[in-house]
Design a protein around this ligand. Structure first.
Ligand code: LLP
Length: 429
């Protein structure tokens, strides 16, 4: 569910007319709905209410300070992957003891910083890292709380770049090695506390089966480690997929019920219902690390058609946003629904929506049937709240877009558009 919908042929986010927003602030422009983010958190939380659980928002999905503050205020914890993300959480009013620190390549500086701030747990991804954390903790005269990330070797059935739970992926430690590692760690690494076990099999999962398979495979190990090492939590990672096609319709309250029952997208209610029995039986705190689910459908990227070009093979609409603003189509063949900010009655057209960047991969849609667009018209690329702005780059020396948060009828700039001076800040002649 989300808060993007047409009112009298004009696209609104909550109570704000997006064509007006684009004319005030210019494009490219990221817009987020506060209500959608809060609703998503509440919905997942209530689906899991039977379980002793904590929801740690995966900051990598959207790390704007205002977004983090909203989630902190509703009671989320955070899953971070860098010192920079910890810094952001702290700036947004969160605390380190609500953060789990994941990632395969933590540096000395990041580990020291996290220990100093009092991190809830490091999610450790190799024996070498565990040894290093132990050494640093010893130097700092501290005990580092850790959870090892287990790689359960389960196929998440998602894009290969965002699949993480197979043995050939760089993430986690093979299932078969975990018990030995916990025994070794408890004997040799006196400056770590084995606090939990963690896994994450991939992102944008659209069915519950791989989650269930992984949970069922790893649960017996959790039970053992609870007895042998007194672990306190089991983190089942993130990965809940969102709607990209039919994204506008997914905002409609009754949409889930109307959908073909044999072809329904994954809902958090189904996710919870299927996983809770196995997880509850573990009698241990369950952590989740959703990123995309929490913010994906809460955001859109607004852009304007600069030029139209009719070719012999194709028709192009060249827009002012590019792969530097939203890289998902170029990198993962990601689909984002594209809709005009103002509807009209003209016929549809088949078109490529492309950006201004000097790369053929700089496109948002190819051969897509879309409502007729004229030069100057505005469009919204929907479901862009997760892995949108956070993956932006300044390639071609193009400034980062402005980010705006809508709350009811109000809107606030939560990150200014970069100026040319911002672009060269830190550089020297
Ligand atoms: N936990 C860990 C350890 C992760 O690596 C990730 C995502 C998450 C949680 C959150 O996963 P989510 O709930 O958002 O699926 N840029 C890609 C997605 C990369 C995901 C990386 N890891 C995209 O745009 O599809």
């Amino acid at each position: 569910m989300h808060e993007f919908d047409y009112q009298n042929g004009r696209l609104y986010c909550e109570g704000v007319d997006l064509a007006e927003l684009a004319s005030i602030h210019g494009t490219p422009l990221y817009v987020y709905s506060e209500k959608t983010i809060k609703d998503n958190f509440k919905r997942l939380s209530s689906a899991l209410s039977d379980l002793d659980h904590r929801i740690a928002f995966a900051v990598k999905a959207n790390s704007n300070l205002s977004v983090l503050k909203i989630l902190n205020d509703v009671g989320a914890d955070f899953d971070i992957v860098s010192g920079g993300e910890l810094f952001r959480v702290l700036k947004a009013g969160g605390s380190a003891n609500k953060c789990t620190f994941a990632g395969v390549g933590k540096t000395r500086e990041e580990i020291e910083y996290s220990l100093k701030e009092g991190i809830y747990s490091f999610n450790v991804e190799s024996e070498a890292e565990l040894r290093f954390i132990n050494q640093i903790a010893k130097e700092c005269n501290k005990v580092a709380p850790v959870a090892v990330r287990v790689n359960p070797n389960v196929d998440a059935k998602t894009h290969k770049y965002i699949s993480t739970g197979k043995s050939e992926n760089k993430f986690g430690i093979d299932f078969e090695f975990i018990e030995n590692l916990y025994s070794k760690a408890s004997q040799e690494f006196k400056n770590v506390q084995l606090k939990g076990l963690q896994m994450h099999i991939g992102s944008q999962l659209t069915e519950v089966k791989p989650f269930l398979e992984a949970v069922e495979k790893v649960s017996p190990l959790v039970e053992k480690l609870k007895v042998t090492h007194g672990i306190e939590f089991f983190s089942i990672g993130g990965g809940i997929g969102i709607i990209y096609e039919d994204a506008l319709a997914s905002g409609k309250k009754d949409w889930w019920d109307n959908k073909d029952p044999n072809n329904k997208p994954l809902t958090v209610e189904e996710y919870a219902e299927k996983l809770i029995p196995t997880l509850k039986a573990l009698e241990i705190k369950i952590l989740l690390e959703p990123g995309r689910y929490m913010v994906g459908n809460a955001g859109a990227l607004l852009s304007q058609v600069l030029y139209k070009k009719i070719g012999t093979a194709k028709n192009f609409a060249i827009v002012d946003a590019g792969m530097g603003d939203l890289i998902r189509p170029a990198l993962y063949q990601g689909h984002h629904e594209i809709v005009p900010l103002i509807q009209d009655a003209k016929d549809n057209q088949v078109v490529d929506i492309v950006g201004p960047i000097c790369e053929s991969g700089d496109f948002f849609a190819q051969n897509r049937e879309l409502p007729h667009l004229e030069e100057g018209d505005h469009i919204a690329l929907l479901s862009a709240g997760a892995y949108g702005f956070v993956m932006a780059s300044n390639y071609n020396s193009r400034s980062f877009p402005v980010e705006i948060l809508v709350s009811g009828n109000d809107h606030h700039v939560i990150r200014k558009r970069q100026s040319y001076d911002d672009l060269i800040r830190g550089e020297e002649l």
